[in-house]
Design a protein around this ligand. Sequence first.
Ligand code: CP
Length: 327
Amino acid sequence: MGTPQRRRSNLDYASGQLMTEFGLRHLLTIRELDRLHIEQILSTAEDFLPVLERPIKQVPSLRHITVLHLFYESSTRTRISFELAARRLSAQVVNFSVAGSSVAKGESLLDTARNIQAMKVDLVVIRHHSSGAAHFLSQHLHAGIINAGDGVNEHPTQALLDAFTLRRSFAKLEGLKIALIGDILHSRVARSNIYCLTRLGAQVCVCGPPSLIPVHIEALGAKVTYDVVEALRWCDVAYVLRIQLERQHVGYFPSLQEYADWYGVHEQAIKQAGRRVPIMHPGPVNRGVELTAELADSSQSLILQQVTYGVAVRMAVLYLLAQQVQA
Ligand code: CP
């Protein structure tokens, strides 16, 4: 990937002109994104955020763009957030769910994709249970592809909205310490966040039972601890991750209660650490397992703030990629 020229976000959404040069056609991973691209997405999201506070929460920027949401896996936040983001930009939106589609008759992802291409969509937002599905589509479609979560690989827009939330909560990300606590092994959110946060100069520590920490994760730039209290004592922000039972095909821990006691973030662990740091979580939360309901709903929780900012970040991603597919 070439080094892009940094250009300030140049939102001319009132006229519907796509003015800002971004240089990327797809958003598939954070791993392949450099710091300038990340900064450009975050600063564009900053420009879009006030739109969401207006009585009329819409700008005409993408009225000539068609966005397809292709969801092969369940989603609440990402799906609604992308749909709202596209509608706030006046794009035409088409939603695809596996249930009720020809996937149930055995149609492959490639055949589905080719049929979609024949219908001339501009951007495809895909969530899929297979790692690499977004990359695969990018090799077969002319449309710009946005990865909304692929298997255990990456969830780029989640990491971007998390960085945006941190940037709005703290003066700077440089040197900020974030502990990712939970099921790291099955977490595409953890992987994208490690890439994104370290690229922005933050320090990352991963924490969980040894069976749920991937070997060699240090090579990505993260410290490792198996002690939640130690992680809470070290960090400026505790980013708690869901136990992904649907991806666990063997027993990685004895019971949910044992996990909650030893690796859950709860009042006792916070007291032992002696620090009450902000708490983040990508959702959905398994209340009482990786995080107590009291802490999820407490004033130290940034969870709903993450969701709010997600719309502005996804508006920025759609806006910046749309100019490439139009070029
Ligand atoms: N954070 C996230 O991806 O949530 P959903 O699965 O509800 O989209």
